[in-house]
Design a protein around this ligand. Structure first.
Ligand code: APR
Ligand code: ZN
Length: 354
């Protein structure tokens, strides 16, 4: 839990209520640490505090409230941080990832801290915890045979990366792709581009230690994001630039890196979630002349209820290898250290095992 911007995250004791009507209680078995968690600690994002971090997790249902028919005790589930309401304009128009009702960091009714302060949970989940009480539509059943440490990643990094490639961008075989920023989200994007038959798949980071991880995830080339990047990208793409560049950092500066790496008429997909006041400067003439498209990919433009089981199936039959995304398996007490590693740009996913 984090008490405010810049405060050291700490493990604290809270008491959860029994699940009410339409709610389920889940024992978390594995939870990944995502850059969005770090952003909520360092103030890049400023949700209400005190806040239970975590939104990428898998576990086992321990109790279901009244009127729950989607799951029952014993089911293995992945948490969904953007459960669509299925009623608003966006849901009715086939864009459930833009659902008007998602995102409020409400805590389960009746949860409060010992000092009486009201508690908030990340994206309705607060998944860096032993147990959670969440809305029924925020859990998605997955096969029990899949290890929870892998299914946890489906809930954010993998759904985001695969959705960005397949659904937002529509990458086709033979397309040239660049991925800027090689954390869990970027590496999942690399894997998805490879699976789509993209070539080359150019992985870009400012940290040299990402080279091996990128190649393991399926990149054909690794480039440092230094002054030579543009020239190297053009050398690999017949002088043009890539068809699709995915920004997986969440900064205006790296959106510009992606912009410059893209060919005329290509597209830049912003996957990272940046700060409100981090402004992007582009030349009006360049926008016109380069004919590039700049678009964002919220939760991979996915419908998690439809797409997550498909990815789980691919992980089960071996066509999707998620193991390279995990570099650290830790206990909850080590989560603050894992956030510090992430801030230094080290490793890929740290997964807390319970
Ligand atoms: N140029 C290139 N790479 C950079 C730069 C930069 N200027 N700055 C940071 N990076 C790299 C880091 O070295 C790291 O490898 O971006 C990567 C980010 O990885 P993580 O911190 O692990 O982040 P991740 O969890 O993958 O999330 C990426 O997606 O969901 C959003 O909020 C999330 O904005 C974040 C983004
Ligand atoms: Zn995330």
């Amino acid at each position: 839990m984090v008490r405010g911007v810049g405060a050291e995250p700490r493990v604290e004791q809270i008491t959860l209520p029994a699940p009410g009507p339409g709610e389920v209680r889940v024992a978390i078995r594995a939870a990944g640490i995502c850059h969005s968690d770090l952003s909520m600690v360092n103030g890049t994002l400023t949700p209400p505090y005190p806040l239970v971090l975590g939104h990428e997790a898998a576990g086992i249902v321990v109790a279901a409230g009244d009127r729950v028919d989607r799951v029952r005790a014993g089911d293995h589930v992945v948490l969904n941080w953007a459960p669509p309401c299925r009623e608003c304009w966006y849901c009715a128009h086939g864009e459930p990832w833009l659902c008007a009702a998602t995102g409020a960091p409400a805590a389960p009714r009746g949860t409060a801290l010992a000092d009486g302060a009201s508690l908030h949970v990340t994206l309705g989940l607060g998944a860096l915890a032993e147990e959670v009480v969440v809305a029924e539509n925020a859990v998605i059943p997955v096969p029990a045979e899949l290890p929870c440490e892998l299914t946890a990643l489906l809930g954010c990094a993998v759904l985001t990366g695969f959705g960005a490639v397949r659904r937002t961008a529509g990458v086709a075989a033979g397309d040239a792709v660049a991925v800027i920023g090689l954390g869990g989200v970027g590496l999942a994007t690399v894997a998805a581009a490879r699976a789509a038959g993209a070539a080359p798949v150019i992985a870009v980071d400012r940290a040299e230690n990402k080279r091996e991880l990128a190649i393991a995830a399926g990149a054909s080339d690794f480039l440092l994001s230094d002054d030579t990047l543009n020239r190297s990208v053009r050398t690999l793409t017949g002088g043009r630039g890539v068809d699709h560049a995915f920004e997986c950092v969440g900064r205006a500066a790296t959106i510009r890196v992606a912009w410059r790496a893209t060919r005329r008429g290509g597209q830049v997909i912003v996957v990272g979630m940046g700060a409100r006041d981090d402004m992007l400067e582009l030349s009006a003439l360049d926008i016109f002349h380069s004919a590039r498209v700049l678009r964002s990919s919220v939760y991979g433009s996915s419908d998690p209820d439809r797409d997550l089981p498909e990815l789980a199936g691919a992980a089960l039959d071996g066509t999707l290898d998620l193991a390279p995304l995990i570099t650290d398996r830790i206990v909850l007490d080590e989560a603050p250290a894992a956030l510090r590693r992430m801030a230094r740009g080290e490793g890929a996913r740290s997964v807390v095992l319970f």
